[in-house]
Ligand binder design. Sequence first.
Ligand SMILES: Cc1cc2nc3c(=O)[nH]c(=O)nc-3n(C[C@H](O)[C@H](O)[C@H](O)COP(=O)(O)OP(=O)(O)OC[C@H]3O[C@@H](n4cnc5c(N)ncnc54)[C@H](O)[C@@H]3O)c2cc1C
Length: 543
Amino acid sequence: MIIDLNCDWQAGRWCGADAETHSNIAMELLNTSVAASVSEEPPEGASSRPAAVESAIAGWEAVVGKVNVLRDEQTRQRYARCTLPRGTTPMAIVRPNSTTEVAHISRIAMECGIPLHPISCGKNWGYGDACAPGDGWAIVDLGRMDRIIEVNNELAYAVIEPGVSQGKMYEYLRERHPSLMLDVTGAGPDASIVGNTLQRGFGHTPYGNHFAHTSGLEVVLAGGRVIRTGFARLSESAAAQYVFPWGQGPFLDGLFTQSHLGIVTRMGIWLMPKPEVIAAFAFSVAREDDIGRVIETLRWLKLNDVVRSTVHVANDLRVISAQRGYPHEMHDGLTALPDSVRSQLRRQHGIGAWNVMGGLYGTRSAVAAAKRTIRAKFAGLARVQFFDRRKLAVARGVAGAVRKSRFGEQLARKIASAESVYDLLCGVPGRDHLRGSAWRAATAVDGQQVDPGKTGLIWISPVIPATADASQLLCRIMNSTFAKHGFDPLLTLSTVTDRAFVAVSSIHFDRDDPTECLRAQELAEELKAVLAQHGLFAYRTGI
Ligand SMILES: Cc1cc2nc3c(=O)[nH]c(=O)nc-3n(C[C@H](O)[C@H](O)[C@H](O)COP(=O)(O)OP(=O)(O)OC[C@H]3O[C@@H](n4cnc5c(N)ncnc54)[C@H](O)[C@@H]3O)c2cc1C
């Protein structure tokens, strides 16, 4: 049974002694997931039931047209491609253009017992790309639903459909609402906003925690019922629906993140008014053991509101992977790199064991005060540098003048890297950051050319409390487990809340080498198991 979210709650049943509890509603939804049934194991696809498949296909074709139901081998294989050692192959791809069409698709899927997997832009690289959790599911590709329905300049929010990419939204704001900016991820201009937010992904600015900056969802439930969350369930024209996420009663939005409990067809997202000043801060520490002091100091800065942005603490290999390909020439192409090679690379790139980067946003005086505090807090540990677009332009001029020297080359590399990170701080999505995903490619790949779908990449991203002990434990686990399987740990710790860091680690492997694929999978499994033994779990999982 599907709970009648509109009628039951409007009648006020949730706000008395006989209130519908949050978990009752969750259970109802769990029983009616768009994945058809939710159990420990992902549900089977429908390939073993040809009559059901044909019936679903005919129904979907009647709804969206033959041209938008794709089931040819080539297309199915394209959607099966993924950075993980193994992807999954869909039975078909359905491409709706409206909420009504999604509702019909969902109803037909339920009638025919076909599990659905929605994708917004399908760039879920390192977690499964566009793939469903199992073979034989149908993918609902929402890419055609890419309308920006509203941008409210005064209240700084937008209402968008799932197919809106970061790149599209950025261009739209640049042209029509230049006083507003979007928080973007490093996943490039083609990645979505809605899919990323539903995975509880994060970016770089004070709005970096994406799910925390949404208000109001439109969702198609299994079987085709369409619901609106927040105040919009009381009235479609509720005045505060996009500025006050909670509405009245139980807060449902979280149920539709990292789940198959519904297909989100519309979302209100908050935009950031461009501040007077955006300044980046950056520094490196030489010793790996200094991670504890870095983490504790950043926690203080976050909890005391000196820094409001996401701050990223990247290890040496993460920074180097963004600037060049794997140093095959230094170690006969073998993983893992010995300490001596890593030290040599650090010197070449002028970086430390840990490299910190964050943003300061606000008025000139507020940013100046924050700079003073940050400098003082890290005194004795690191020399903090601050830069903005103007300083980067000056540095580029200097680098140009000395470009033929080794110093000039190193400076140019550092400036290019700082520019691409500064872009992210300003809400400009770029392709440069994709280069890191091709770290194990045979030859260095230009960030503009990278197709993560052709590279081997698994993200494992456990969350740690923002303490020195937790960060040191995490590093020990990462270093020893990666080394045991012969891989290099690439690691970034990011402050997604003021009290926690997400430790984004990535396993890079040669997808054309079956043995390396197997080793990468074994490492991923063991890493998850060891982390779990220590009470550490990923903020999001792949297929
Ligand atoms: C180099 C690189 C850098 C990256 N940087 C970041 C980063 O900075 N931050 C970050 O968070 N991630 C990052 N990623 C990971 C990933 O690529 C992004 O999270 C990306 O945004 C996910 O793809 P997408 O937005 O196109 O979402 P999709 O692939 O469209 O969706 C992701 C998942 O969300 C669910 N979903 C999607 N749409 C809907 C819907 N409408 N209704 C219900 N469920 C839905 C599905 O389970 C789907 O598989 C990075 C990856 C790479 C390779």
